[in-house]
Design a protein around this ligand. Sequence first.
Ligand SMILES: Cc1cc2nc3c(=O)[nH]c(=O)nc-3n(C[C@H](O)[C@H](O)[C@H](O)COP(=O)(O)OP(=O)(O)OC[C@H]3O[C@@H](n4cnc5c(N)ncnc54)[C@H](O)[C@@H]3O)c2cc1C
Length: 436
Amino acid sequence: MSRKTQIVVVGGGAGGLELVRRLGAKFGRKRHDIILVDKNLSHIWKPLLHEVAAGSLDANLDEVGYRGHCYRWGYRFFQGSLDGIDREAKTISLAPVHDEDGRELIGQHTIRYDILVLAVGSISNDFGVPGVKEHCLYLDSREQAERFRTRLLNHCLRVSRAMMKNPDADEQVRVSIVGAGATGVELAAELYNAAGALSHYGLEVFDESRLKVTLIEAGPRILPLLPERLSAAAHHELTELGVRVMEATQVTEALPRALVTKDGQTIEADLMVWAAGVKGAEFLSSLGLETNNRNQFLVRDTLQTVTDDNIFALGDCASYVPPGEDRPIPPRAQAAHQMANTVFDNICRMQKSRPLKHFVYHDKGSLISLSRFSTVGSLMGNLVGGSLAIEGRLARFIYTSLYRLHLWGIHGWVKGTFLMLIGRVNRIVRPRLKLH
Ligand SMILES: Cc1cc2nc3c(=O)[nH]c(=O)nc-3n(C[C@H](O)[C@H](O)[C@H](O)COP(=O)(O)OP(=O)(O)OC[C@H]3O[C@@H](n4cnc5c(N)ncnc54)[C@H](O)[C@@H]3O)c2cc1C
């Protein structure tokens, strides 16, 4: 009996999970063995993490368990964290898995591959600024978002109690966010949405005025990837909410409860979030594949790594500079989605010994959700004849479409649509905030 072709996808995130669903649906278990490896047991779409952090989304409701998903779509799942690739033997190695008490559950093990796809995402880039690792929180994973939420709620509770004891006390929860790209801006607005709802859930004397959010951006304006008009509109909206927006301000050090800026200011804060760009995890540059200075795998236009034809990389962990351009494709969910489609096509073509497709990125624009307050963004493409700035309800509808696309990508359109509807019902029948 001939050996099955083993296709291993490492990372079940925005790109990897869509890919493995399509591979499973296409090849099933007959001639191929499709394997997903992820360090976690469940998937949550990363662009939702700012809502998890603010407490306005319960991650339990939106997570997708890999074991149930793989049973449905005909692939196998292994929990484990990639820590090595042996390209000679065509195997990957996974670090041991431990339980909550640190006991080893699964020892170090290896998995054979014929085709390997790396889709392990990114982590926040602290650019080596002293003190950031020790004192700032990141929004790279569900655990980190939940840690932020717990600390935020604790501070809100502290302020609420202090105000009850002494109504004249000027107590505040001070949150500083470094980086005013999509993540920082969306988090700032979402925090005001959440703070406004806390008074309904037992923190009677807490309201938005007790929250002091400072958004710090090193560049000359917030949302640098959006047209200036939209960046100004978002700036105005945030200021109206109460956010202190500091542009052209570079943070040079993080202290236990303060950030120090290049121009000598000290910004005190109870919680500090670092959201100033992304890079690949450090270990990616030691796997024997060529990487750039941000630890991202260099890939060709077929999305095969420049080092190995049998290894593809996609999404945030891949660096692809399209011909004639000087910058790589930005780390976005839409890029991961489009790359997953190209890798799927190319794996199918490889099976038939056909020439591989070239990846072409179609930038559909950027949309930034300012929670329930507003949505701003720009649409790109042939349909709108270039770039079109949009705001309001239409922008909100298109913003949620990106998630709808992802749900269809990982569940198929029937179940994806049902889940979207269930999500809407949940927003009505469940509490507005997750408070535990
Ligand atoms: C708060 C926030 C808001 C965002 N908003 C938007 C938005 O509005 N629009 C947009 O386009 N993009 C947005 N992004 C960016 C977007 O989330 C990412 O570009 C996208 O998720 C990248 O997809 P990916 O598949 O490359 O990686 P991810 O979705 O990050 O998935 C990586 C997967 O790899 C797994 N993994 C990591 N390391 C290992 C390992 N060593 N071994 C095994 N598994 C591993 C992880 O557990 C994870 O499941 C946002 C990001 C954040 C944090």
